[in-house]
Design a protein around this ligand. Structure first.
Ligand code: ATP
Ligand code: MG
Length: 737
């Protein structure tokens, strides 16, 4: 990430006049808010001072030796860089958050090192740059590619790469279209012979002309039939190759989405991802199968027609091109407008999809709040905006392109005029004029088609761009080149880890503790203290920002993700069951599990009894999210699912939260059996469930504040003690009422 921006000349000059001899410029960052206006200023950080520079003037100077507690604060839509100076907290500068907040948070650490005198060497940030240095827009996430500044040929190259293995079948429609295009040229040539030799011959009609003429008619009919047959084959092949291409691209996208890190998937809505897999792939497919062969054909027919026209009469041929400069000028002026319109339409369509997805997913909440009407209205508004935008685009396109078509075709009127003048003056025969106008009609085909191509290409590029955004994204969590497939025993060592979903906003800070094989560790803390985050890191759903996590003394970054996760059993806070039978859901993590394995796991999770009482037992289909089961039942199926592959490490995030006391007791009993010989990490708000843990870890605002057994922590009378007492009090109050 860039921490040294280049100062403008006036600013650089202003800085050089105030900087001392022994000062070195170490970092320089822009800031863009001053009071209530947008500005374009810089903060320059030397080894001794901080300077605030705006429009060639140094506005403020701060001595690092008098400063401490450097922090970045997120405000509404902006960020602020604060520090204590002589004991008072001061706002040093303000900036728009997304772009500069991560940079200033690194600088805050750097300033801390400089001010405390620990180090005066510049630090670097290995966080990748996220904004384009040319246009300042964000890069495609996880890449250093700017969708606006990228080379278009690079996009086509990528597309070409994707067609590997399908090129032959994709080429056939092109070949068929080329054949029918060549026939287009042959027919007028034969017609010319028919007119000049047999219909209106200069030397009068000869004997036997009729039979020759009939041969020509038969030839024309045969060629036409041949042309139609080729069209049929072309259509069929286009459909086959189109479908294969779609399947290939959809699978590619789907696999890629699966491999992406959780954070990047969560950043996008389901509707957005589905839109890319469905409609964007369709747009790209129809361009490749429908438009691309046409592009080749139209290009070739243009070249052939042009050569023939030039050969026949170059003066008349020039008339074709008279209106072209005007047409090119219009397209050039209109192109960026078309691109913008298409992008806006994509965003509006995508938003509508997202909304639909969201409402259907949360239909229970919608109904329970009686908000159907409001949601329908919201959806109608969104659809209306999308439709309005599409209509407005259609209006513009449907006006612009016919006008453009007329401009392009204007040359044909000139040809007709000039040709007839030559015909009347006897300088041209009627057959040649006929052939010439036929070829000029052919040449207008590609020319008019080309006027439509910006619209098609623009749609295609928008969709392809959206697909490439996903395909090019580097997963944030990825395997090293030669990952290790270890058999996990269960020792976990957490060493000085710091992590934030956004690097500038740590959720866990400097956490260290060890877990030995077979231990049961309870993680306790207020809601939002980072408990689930900690187990996400152990499962390596996210990578730590600092520090390391070792399993059996191996850094989890060196273990293959597959080996790691297949040996960890998890019951997460939100239980998700897939559409399918209970049986299939339980063996999800071990697809080849036998019926005995499934039943054994269900018994262990105390789920067997309720499952066999269901109308179809293990074959009961649980709908999307398992709606037909109660929360507690779902949770027990999830526990069985986590156990079936006999994991070395078991992670339970509020696994018993939605159970009644009786069921919980059953589960607790089952779990305590299961925890034997397994390393277990359990999170529970109901602290009584963790009483038997070998050790408890207490988190508070991302920091580990206490650890020990239940009795040790109770004796300590710290945070754990107060949490337990608070729960006891509320339980007693509950009984009294
Ligand atoms: N995917 C995410 N992206 C950004 N921030 C997140 C994400 N998940 C959690 N957070 C934030 O991280 C912090 C810790 O969340 P976490 O889920 O670890 O808390 P928790 O201790 O498990 O809470 P609870 O007991 O309510 O489950 C919270 O402030 C939360 O808002
Ligand atoms: Mg949680």
């Amino acid at each position: 990430m860039k921490l040294m921006y280049t100062l403008r000349e006036a600013d650089s000059h202003a800085l050089s006049t105030v900087m001392g001899e022994d000062e070195r410029l170490m970092y320089c960052l822009p800031y863009n808010i001053e009071g209530d206006r947008f500005v374009s200023g810089y903060m320059a950080f030397t080894n001794k001072k901080i300077y605030k520079i705006l429009e060639g003037k140094v506005l403020a100077t701060h001595n690092l030796s008098a400063m401490s507690d450097f922090v970045c604060e997120v405000m509404y839509g902006s960020g602020g860089f604060y520090a204590k100076e002589n004991g008072y907290t001061k706002l040093l500068c303000q900036f728009s958050s997304g772009r500069y907040l991560p940079r200033y948070s690194v600088i805050a650490k750097a300033c801390e090192l400089l001010a405390s005198g620990i180090s005066d060497k510049p630090i670097t940030s290995n966080e990748p740059e996220r904004f384009c240095s040319v246009c300042n827009r964000p890069y495609i996430k996880g890449t250093a590619i700017c969708p606006y500044c990228r080379n278009k040929s690079d996009v086509y190259k990528k597309l070409w790469g994707m067609t590997k293995g399908l090129r032959l079948i994709l080429f056939f429609p092109v070949f068929a279209a080329l054949t029918s295009m060549i026939l287009q040229f042959v027919v007028p040539a034969i017609q010319k012979i028919a007119v000049n030799k047999y219909i209106q011959p200069a030397e009068g009609i000869q004997r036997g002309a009729i039979s020759h003429f009939l041969v020509i008619v038969v030839a024309i009919v045969t060629l036409d039939l041949f042309h139609r047959a080729i069209s049929v084959i072309q259509g069929r092949m286009a459909s086959i190759s189109g479908n294969r291409f779609t399947i290939m691209l959809r699978n590619l996208l789907y696999e890629k989405i699966q491999s992406l890190s959780l954070s990047s998937i969560q950043r996008r809505s389901t509707g957005d991802l589905m839109g890319r897999i469905n409609s964007d792939v369709n747009t790209v497919q129809s361009f490749i199968v429908g438009q691309l062969p046409n592009l080749v054909v139209q290009g070739m027919s243009f070249v052939i027609a042009l050569t023939l026209l030039l050969y026949m009469n170059w003066v008349m041929c020039l008339f074709v091109f008279v209106p072209l400069p005007i047409a090119i000028f219009c397209i050039y002026k209109f192109w960026s407008n078309i691109q913008q319109r298409n992008r806006k339409n994509w965003v509006l369509g995508n938003r509508t999809n997202r909304m639909l997805q969201d409402i259907f997913n949360g239909i229970r909440v919608v109904k329970s709040f009686g908000n159907e009407e409001r949601e329908s209205k919201k959806f109608a508004e969104s659809t209306y905006r999308h439709t309005k935008n599409s209509e407005s685009n259609a209006k513009v396109f449907d006006t612009f392109f016919p006008i453009l078509g007329f401009i392009v075709r204007f040359g044909s009127y000139l040809i007709l005029l000039y040709g007839n003048v030559r015909l009347f003056s006897g300088k041209m025969d009627i057959g040649t004029l006929h052939q010439f106008t036929s070829y000029s009609n052919i040449i207008y085909g590609p020319l008019i088609w080309i006027t439509f191509i910006p619209r098609n290409i623009s749609n295609f590029l928008t969709s392809l761009g959206k697909i490439l955004e996903i395909l090019e994204e580097e997963p944030e969590v990825s395997d090293i080149d030669l990952p290790i497939d270890i058999k996990i025993e269960g020792d976990i060592s957490i060493r000085n880890i710091t992590f934030g979903y956004e690097s500038y906003n740590p959720v866990l800070e400097n956490i260290s503790f060890d877990i030995h094989k077979g231990e049961m560790i309870g993680i306790v803390g207020h809601s939002g203290s980072g408990k689930s985050t900690l187990i996400n890191l152990i499962m390596r759903l996210y990578d730590v920002n600092e520090g390391e996590i070792l399993i059996d003394s191996v850094n989890i970054k060196d273990i293959s993700q597959n080996a790691l996760r297949s040996q960890i059993g998890v019951v997460l806070q939100e239980t998700h069951l897939f559409s399918g039978s209970i049986h299939d859901n339980i063996r999800y993590s071990k697809p080849h599990a036998t019926d005995e394995d499934v039943i054994h796991a269900a018994r262990m999770a105390n789920a067997h009894d309720f499952i066999v009482n269901l109308p179809e037992g293990y074959n009961t289909i649980v709908g999307e999210k398992g709606y037909t089961l109660s929360g507690g039942e779902r949770q027990r199926v999830a526990i069985a699912r986590a156990l079936i592959h006999n994991p070395s490490i078991l992670i339970l995030d509020e696994a018993t939260a939605s159970l009644d006391t009786e069921t919980e007791a059953l589960i607790q009993e089952a779990l305590s059996r299961l925890m034997k010989n397994r390393t277990t990490l359990a999170i529970a708000h109901r602290l009584s469930t963790l009483r038997n843990a070998d050790r408890l870890i207490v988190l508070d605002q991302g920091k580990l504040i206490e650890s020990g057994t239940h009795s040790e922590l109770m004796a300590l009378k710290g945070r754990y003690y107060s949490l337990v007492m608070a729960q006891r009090r509320s339980a007693i109050n509950l009984i009294r009422t």
